[in-house]
Design a protein around this ligand. Structure first.
Ligand code: ATP
Ligand code: MG
Length: 324
């Protein structure tokens, strides 16, 4: 499989009056065609910022200050807003946690899907209608014609999310970015939407970046997993590897915090402390203040991401492995 997206040495900074805050710090990611990459990390780790950077949707005070985002071998960082608009919605689409960020609550669902399609393909009325209704039925909605004529504010949360997925997929994008698409939904609907995304992804061989703070959700979706902490990738490996052989103490902590599927309750092992503020990052390893295995060096130096297929950013793990 060839590489569809290649993020190289990406830095995104937020420019405030007093300082420059490193919100994305030297991120490197390759995404192959048809691959699902999960990005996981607690709130504030920079997951949405990374998604916005790929979509070309960063707005001041946030800005890409270093690196490349190569999509189909073209650097998205260098494109104009006009060029990015041509790619957004057609080759790269995004679905968000809250469908109402991309849906107009009072405009008929069908019209909204047609508008996205028409922006990229100048089709006639009948053709637009046919394709919109087909898209609505493809996301598992039985009464497609009724829903075509309905407005989002009259639909349930799960239905709205389906409409947003139909809208995101109408131009058959090669890359779909899902930013916490099911976080606002109850558990049963969440499971249905995850299944739907997975089915469509399988059928169309779309590449997906799937963002969540929940390892349980990531385990259902991803082929490969990148764990983010305070703007950095601290571990990246195949999904099976991450779940059976996690190495970074942060990843291990996230895995312990997966809610119990039967009771819905969280395990007792939440990670102590919280994600550092960007204007008060620790000197050494960014995770060191919360880490149970940190050694002296961890509080003084920043570890690099090391490894081949399974990469970890941790002195303790990497030093141990270099002796083995
Ligand atoms: N305009 C801004 N000014 C200053 N800081 C900002 C701004 N926008 C975002 N941030 C900071 O950037 C960091 C990353 O935010 P981001 O939204 O990418 O996190 P996230 O991982 O998506 O979190 P969540 O799981 O809550 O969605 C956070 O620390 C946030 O406070
Ligand atoms: Mg977010």
């Amino acid at each position: 499989m060839s590489t569809l997206l290649s993020i190289k040495n990406l830095n995104v900074d937020i420019f405030s009056d007093k300082s420059i805050l490193p919100v994305i710090n030297n991120v490197n990611i390759d995404l192959k065609e048809g691959e699902v990459l999960g990005i996981v990390g607690e709130s504030g780790c920079g997951k949405s910022m990374l998604a916005s950077a790929v979509m070309g949707l960063l707005s001041p005070p946030a800005k890409v200050t270093n690196g490349e985002i190569l999509f189909e071998n073209e650097d998205l960082v260098k494109l104009s807003q006009k060029e990015l608009q041509n790619i957004r919605g057609s080759k790269i689409s995004m679905i968000f946690q809250e469908p109402m960020t991309s849906l107009n609550p009072l405009m008929k669902c069908g019209r909204q899907i047609e508008e996205v399609l028409f922006t990229h393909e100048k089709l006639g009325r009948d053709e637009l209608r046919k394709k919109a209704i087909h898209a609505i039925s493809e996301v598992g909605i039985g009464r497609a014609v009724d829903v075509y004529n309905d407005i989002p504010s009259r639909l349930s949360g799960g239905m709205r999310q389906r409409i947003m997925i139909a809208m995101a997929l109408i131009c058959s994008p090669r890359l779909l970015i899902c930013d916490e698409p099911t976080t606002a939904l109850d558990v049963t609907i969440q499971a249905q939407i995850l299944k739907l995304i997975k089915e469509i992804q399988n059928k169309k061989k779309t590449s997906v970046i799937f963002i969540s703070h929940d390892m349980g959700v990531i385990s259902k979706m991803a082929d490969r997993v990148a764990v983010m902490y305070a703007g950095q990738i601290v571990e990246i490996a195949g999904a099976n590897e991450i779940f059976t052989n996690p190495k970074h103490p942060y990843t291990i902590g996230l895995l312990r915090a997966i809610p119990d599927m039967n009771t819905g309750t969280k395990a007792l092992h939440d990670i102590r402390g919280s994600v550092p503020m960007l204007d008060a990052l620790p000197n050494g390893c960014l995770f060191s203040p919360r880490c149970d295995i940190a050694i002296k060096k961890c509080f003084k130096e920043r570890p690099k991401l090391k490894g081949d297929k399974h990469c970890t950013r941790c002195f303790v793990v990497n030093d141990k492995e270099s002796y083995e």
